[in-house]
Design a protein. Structure first.
Lengths: 277, 431, 292
C-alpha cells in the first residue's frame, strides 16, 4: 500500500525527534566525560571545554583501586548470577513445560506472584539471615539473592519459549535412545537460544544494576558493586560529575555491547515469549 | 549551650586574617618506639575525602614502617553512607577496628554497644579540649578520641567584598545584605550569598537571633526549644531579606546546592558562603583563589543584639568493641591511634589540611600557633555553639530539613514549620 | 507431554529449594517481624540484648495512618499510571511507525534502543547532571527560551515531573520492541481484506491493529505496572525521594525507613506493597482473561 506523503514525512519527523531525544542525554554525558573538571559546569553549552579534550577522568577511574574493584565485583557477581540463574530457570521451566503434575498450576501462579515482590520485603529478613551465616560484606550473599530473585521472570519466559518447541522432537530423540535429560540438554536447549539469551541477559542486568540489597549487604569500600560504589560518589558534599560521567560511560559499555550483539536474539526471544504467552 | 570558649585561650584572635596553608610541607612526626605483640591487620574506615585521606595515609605509612608485621587496611569510606554501613556491619561482626565517626554518630554507636570503652585505656584525656571530648562521652564513659573539630564559618571573596564596598567580612547579616545587593545579579548567576536547603545551614539563623535548638539535661532528658520567637524572626529575615535579593530565591536545587555553592564560589561568582574548614583546601584550588589571600574566613555574622552561632561539628576515632577481645590487637590499635591522633600528628594535619586540632598541646605548637588559617578559624570557633550529645541526635536533622524546606518553598510559615519540627523532635526524644 | 511426574519434581527441585530458602522463608519471617517493634537498638546483637516485643498490628496501623505513607501511596499510583501510559502510547506510536518499510529503519531502531541499553541507575545519574538547577544542560536551554532556571529536583511540580521524564525516556524502548513484535504477528491478510472492503487507515488501526495487539499489550502493561510500581533506582538516583520525602514512592520510602533502623516498620511497608500488587493482579486477571 502506498502511503501518502504526509505519513511518510510525519514518520521521519517523529523518528528523528525521538532518536535525538533518545540519544542526546547519552551523548551529553559522553562529551562531559572528556572535559576538565572545572569546565564541567558552565553557563554556556559547549561540546568541548575551553581546555580541550582530556582523558584525565578515565585515567583516574581506571587506575584507582576502588573503581576497578567495583567493576570486578560487579562482573563476578553478574557472571555467577547469569550462569546459576539460567541453570535454575531452565531446569524449572523444562519441568513446567513438559510435565503435567499436581501443583503445576500453583507453581506457575507462585512464580507469577513472586515477580511482584518488592526488594524491600526481602531486605530485612535476608539481612538478618546473612548476618547469622556470616555472609555480610561478602559477594556470595548477592549471588545467592540475585539468582533467586531473577528466577520467576526467567522461568516464565523460558517456559513460554519451551512451549513453542514441539514435543515430537524429544519423542524422536527418545526413539534414538536419548533419556529425559538428554532431550532437555541436546534438543530443547539448543533450539532455545533466543529464550536463553533473554534469561541470561535478564540475570546479568539484574545483578549489574541492583542497588538496594547490595547497599545493605556490602559495606567495605573494596567489596562494593558498581551501583553502590557509584552512589558513594554522589554524597551531598562531594559530587565529582567529571568522574561520574566517565564512570557512566565505562559502566554502560559492557551492557551496551552485550545488548547490541544479542539484540536480535533478545528481541525475537522477547516477542516469542510475549506473543505466545 | 556552652560556647567553645576554651579553644580561644590557645589561639590568636585575628578576625579576617589572610589564610594560606603552610607553604613548606611540614615533616611527618616521628613514631615513638614501642614493642607490640600483635601481628596482623588493623582495619580502618576513614570518612575523609581524597585529598585529606592521602595525608592520613602518610601518617599510617610512617607508623607501619616502624611496626613491621602489622598492616593497616585504610579505606576511604563514603561519609554519606558510613553510618548506615557501620550499623549494617557491626551486628554482623564485620565492622572495622577503627572508624572516623562524626560526633553525631558516636553516642548512638556507644549506646548500641558497638564501641570499646576507652575511659581507662587512654591516659591523656586532659589534653583534649572539653567540647569535642564531650561528644565522645556517654553515661560517664568515653568511647572515642576526638580527632578534629569544626564549625561553619563565613568564607568570602576579598575582591568581591571590595566591589561591594566592604574591606572586611560583614559583621552582621544586615551588612551582608546591604553590601551584597549592590553587586548581586541573580539572572546572571552572580550572588552576594548562597544558601543551602539543608537544616545544618539553617541553624545559625536560630542562634544569631538569640534562639536555641534543644537542651539535654543530666539525666538524658531533652527539652526542645527551637520553636521560639527568635527562630521565627531569624527564619523570616532569611526569607525576606537574603533570599531573592542577594541569594537565589527558593526553591533552588536542594539536592546539588552544596556542589553548586562550591563551584560558584571557586569560580568567583559568589561573594560569601557559609562552609567549614574541611572545604578550604578545595576552595583554594579554584580560579578565584589562585591568590590565597583572596579568601577571607570570619565568624558567622550576627543577627540581632550581638548574637551569633554556628554548629560545632567534628569527628572522633572510635574503636570496635570486638577489638577488646584480643588484648594484643587492642594494644596495637591504641598505639596506632596515639600516633595518628597525637599532638604532633594533629599539628601536622593542621598545617597541611587546615583541620582544627582537638588537643590543647597541638595549639601550643609553634607552627600551628603562627598559622593564620588556624587563627582565623579560632575566631569562628569562639562563637560556635555546641550541640549537646544524645543517641538520637543524628536523627533530628531529617525532619528539621523537611520543614525548613517547606518553609523555604512558601508551603508553611515559619511558625508552622518550627511547630512541626518541635512536634517531631518531641516524638523522637520520647517526650 | 510426559507423565512420570516425579521427574518433574527433579527438574523443579533446585529452583524450589532456592526459592524456599531465599524467598519464602524470609517472607514468613518478615511477616512475623511486622507484628513486633524490632528496630536496630532492640533487635538483639552480640553487643546488646534483644528487647523487642510483639505489638500485633500496630505497625500496620502506624504505617497506614502516617501522612507520609499516604502521600507516598498516592504518588506511587500516579507515578505508575503516568509512566505506563506514556510508555505504552509512545511505544505504540514508534512501533507503528517503525513497522513501515522506511529507509534507515534499522538505524533509527538502534538509536531508539539506546535508553534501554544503558543501566537504569546510570540513566538516572546522567539525567541528574542534566537537571542540575544551577548549571545543568536543560536550564541552559530554558534560559534561552526565556523561561528562567527551574530547580528540577526542588520546585513544585518539577520534582514530580523530572523522574517521570527519566523513566519514560528509559522505558519506552522496551514497549516499542514488544509492540513491534506484536504488530509483526498480525497477519497481513487482515489488512488486505480491510482495504478491499474500503476501510480507512484509522478504521484498520482500531479494528485490526488494536485487537491484534491485545495479548501482547496486556502482558507488557502488567509487567510495566509491576516494574514501575517497584522501581527503586530512578527515584533514588534522581530526587532521592526529596524534597523532604515528597517524591518517595513506597519502595524508596521503605528503604529510608530501613536505614533509619526501623526494621519491623520497613518489613511492614514491604508486606503492604506486596499485598497491593497481589490484589491488583487479581483484578487484572479478571479484566484481561486472555493472559494466563
Amino acid at each position: 500500500m502506498r502511503e501518502p506523503r504526509w505519513i511518510k514525512v510525519g514518520s521521519y519527523l517523529v523518528l528523528t525527534i525521538a532518536a535525538i531525544i533518545a540519544v542526546l542525554p547519552a551523548i551529553w554525558v559522553f562529551v562531559t566525560s572528556f572535559k576538565v573538571e572545572s569546565e564541567i559546569f558552565s553557563t554556556q553549552v559547549e561540546l568541548v571545554g575551553r581546555s580541550g579534550i582530556t582523558f584525565a577522568n578515565y585515567e583516574f577511574l581506571l587506575t584507582r583501586g576502588d573503581f576497578q574493584q567495583w567493576f570486578m565485583n560487579s562482573v563476578i557477581v553478574a557472571a555467577a548470577v547469569t550462569v546459576i540463574g539460567v541453570f535454575l530457570a531452565a531446569t524449572a521451566a523444562y519441568g513446567l513445560s513438559r510435565y503435567r503434575f499436581r501443583g503445576r498450576n500453583s507453581a506457575l501462579y507462585i512464580f507469577l506472584v513472586a515477580q511482584m515482590f518488592p526488594g524491600i520485603i526481602l531486605l530485612v529478613p535476608l539481612y538478618n539471615f546473612f548476618v547469622s551465616v556470616g555472609l555480610i560484606d561478602q559477594l556470595p550473599a548477592l549471588v545467592i539473592s540475585y539468582s533467586t530473585i531473577a528466577i520467576p521472570f526467567s522461568v516464565l519466559m523460558l517456559k513460554a519459549y519451551f512451549d513453542t518447541i514441539p514435543f515430537d522432537l524429544e519423542e524422536a530423540g527418545q526413539v534414538d535412545g536419548l533419556g529425559v535429560f538428554g532431550g532437555f540438554w541436546r534438543i530443547v536447549l539448543p533450539l532455545s537460544v533466543p529464550g536463553v539469551a533473554v534469561t541470561a541477559f535478564y540475570g546479568f542486568v539484574t545483578a549489574w544494576n541492583e542497588f538496594m540489597l547490595a547497599s545493605a549487604f556490602l559495606v567495605s569500600r573494596d567489596k562494593l558493586t558498581l551501583p553502590v560504589g557509584l552512589s558513594t560518589f554522589i554524597d551531598p558534599f562531594n559530587q565529582p560529575w567529571h568522574l561520574l560521567a566517565a564512570a557512566s560511560v565505562i559502566i554502560s559499555i559492557p551492557v551496551m555491547v552485550f545488548f547490541f550483539l544479542a539484540q536480535r536474539y533478545l528481541i525475537s526471544g522477547l516477542q516469542t515469549g510475549g506473543v505466545k504467552g | 549551650m556552652p560556647k567553645a570558649a576554651a579553644l580561644t585561650a590557645a589561639l590568636l584572635l585575628t578576625v579576617g586574617a589572610v589564610p594560606a596553608l603552610a607553604q613548606d610541607a611540614p615533616a611527618l612526626p616521628e613514631v615513638a618506639a614501642s614493642e607490640l605483640e600483635y601481628q596482623g591487620e588493623i582495619s580502618f574506615w576513614n570518612t575523609m575525602r581524597d585529598f585529606e585521606f592521602a595525608e592520613v595515609q602518610k601518617l599510617i605509612d610512617a607508623w607501619t614502617t616502624a611496626h613491621p608485621g602489622i598492616s593497616v587496611k585504610h579505606t576511604a569510606q563514603s561519609f554519606d553512607t558510613a553510618r548506615a554501613d557501620y550499623q549494617n556491619a557491626a551486628p554482623a561482626g564485620t565492622a572495622p577496628d577503627i572508624l572516623r565517626a562524626d560526633i553525631g554518630w558516636t553516642i548512638g554507636f556507644a549506646d548500641d554497644g558497638y564501641l570499646l570503652d576507652l575511659t581507662d585505656k587512654v591516659s591523656d584525656w586532659d589534653d583534649y579540649i572539653g567540647v569535642p571530648l564531650a561528644t565522645a562521652t556517654w553515661k560517664g564513659s568515653t568511647y572515642g578520641l576526638p580527632h578534629v573539630t569544626d564549625a561553619l564559618g563565613l568564607q568570602c571573596n576579598k575582591a568581591l567584598l571590595a566591589e561591594a564596598g566592604l574591606d572586611a567580612a560583614p559583621a552582621t547579616w544586615q551588612e551582608l545584605v546591604d553590601a551584597g545587593s549592590t553587586i548581586a545579579d541573580l539572572e546572571a548567576q552572580k550572588y552576594g550569598f548562597y544558601m543551602r536547603g539543608d537544616s545544618y545551614w539553617a541553624q545559625p539563623f536560630t542562634w544569631a537571633w538569640g534562639g536555641k535548638l534543644y537542651e539535654v539535661a543530666e539525666d538524658g532528658s531533652v527539652t526542645v526549644t527551637i520553636n521560639s520567637p527568635e527562630s521565627i524572626e531569624g527564619w523570616n529575615f532569611l526569607k525576606d531579606n537574603i533570599l531573592g535579593t542577594v541569594a537565589p530565591a527558593a526553591p533552588w536545587d536542594y539536592t546539588n546546592d552544596y556542589g553548586n555553592m562550591t563551584t560558584g564560589f571557586k569560580a568567583g561568582t559568589i561573594m560569601c558562603v557559609m562552609n567549614g574548614p574541611w572545604q578550604v583546601a578545595d576552595h583554594l584550588t579554584g580560579e578565584a583563589f589562585a591568590d590565597p589571600s583572596n579568601l577571607i574566613i570570619a565568624p558567622i555574622p550576627e543577627g540581632t543584639a550581638g548574637n551569633t552561632g554556628s554548629p560545632v561539628g567534628g569527628h572522633n576515632y572510635v574503636v570496635y568493641a570486638l577489638v577488646g577481645d584480643d588484648p594484643a590487637k587492642e594494644a596495637a590499635v591504641l598505639d596506632l591511634l596515639s600516633y595518628i591522633n597525637g599532638t604532633d600528628a594533629q599539628a601536622y594535619l593542621a598545617q597541611t589540611l587546615g583541620l582544627l586540632p582537638t588537643r590543647n598541646s597541638a595549639y601550643a605548637n609553634e607552627a600551628v600557633a603562627a598559622d593564620p588559617v588556624i587563627s582565623a578559624w579560632g575566631a569562628v570557633m569562639q562563637k560556635a555553639t555546641n550541640r549537646a550529645g544524645h543517641p538520637k541526635s543524628s536523627d533530628m536533622y531529617a525532619p528539621y530539613s523537611q520543614y525548613y524546606q517547606a518553609f523555604l518553598n512558601g508551603e508553611m510559615t515559619a511558625e508552622e514549620a518550627l511547630a512541626a519540627i518541635e512536634t517531631e523532635w518531641n516524638t523522637l526524644f520520647g517526650n | 507431554m510426559r507423565s512420570r511426574s516425579w521427574v518433574a519434581w527433579v527438574f523443579m527441585a533446585p529452583t524450589l529449594i532456592a526459592m524456599a530458602l531465599i524467598v519464602f522463608l524470609p517472607l514468613v519471617q518478615a511477616f512475623v517481624w511486622t507484628l513486633t517493634d524490632i528496630d536496630r537498638s532492640n533487635m538483639g546483637t552480640r553487643f546488646k540484648e534483644a528487647s523487642w516485643t510483639f505489638t500485633g498490628l500496630d505497625n500496620y496501623v502506624t504505617a497506614l495512618q502516617d501522612p507520609d505513607f499516604q502521600h507516598a501511596f498516592v504518588w506511587t499510583i500516579v507515578w505508575t499510571l503516568v509512566n505506563v501510559f506514556f510508555h505504552f502510547t509512545l511505544g505504540l506510536l514508534l512501533a507503528v511507525i517503525l513497522n513501515q518499510k522506511l529507509r534507515g529503519r534499522t538505524g533509527f531502531r538502534l538509536m531508539l534502543l539506546v535508553p534501554w541499553a544503558i543501566p537504569i541507575y546510570i540513566s538516572a545519574i546522567g539525567w541528574s547532571f542534566i537537571f542540575n538547577g544551577e548549571f545543568g544542560l536543560l536550564n541552559n536551554f530554558t534560559a534561552l527560551f526565556g523561561i528562567g532556571r527551574i530547580a528540577w529536583y526542588s520546585e513544585f511540580p518539577w520534582y514530580y515531573v523530572a523522574p517521570i521524564i527519566v523513566n519514560v525516556w528509559a522505558g519506552v524502548p522496551f514497549m516499542m520492541v514488544a509492540l513491534l513484535g506484536g504488530l509483526q504477528g498480525i497477519p497481513q491478510d487482515q489488512y488486505e481484506a480491510a482495504r478491499v472492503d474500503g476501510a480507512s487507515r484509522w478504521q484498520s488501526f482500531w479494528n485490526i491493529t488494536i485487537p491484534g495487539l491485545r495479548s501482547v499489550s496486556t502482558m507488557v502493561i502488567l509487567l510495566g505496572i509491576i516494574w514501575t510500581f517497584n522501581l527503586f533506582a530512578v527515584i533514588f538516583f534522581t530526587t532521592r525521594g526529596g524534597p523532604a520525602g515528597k517524591t518517595n514512592i513506597l519502595v524508596t520510602f521503605a528503604y529510608q525507613v530501613f536505614n533509619e533502623g526501623e526494621l519491623a516498620l520497613a518489613a511492614t511497608f514491604g508486606v503492604i506493597i506486596f499485598s497491593i500488587l497481589i490484589v491488583f493482579s487479581l483484578f487484572y486477571r479478571r479484566l484481561a482473561p486472555e493472559r494466563a
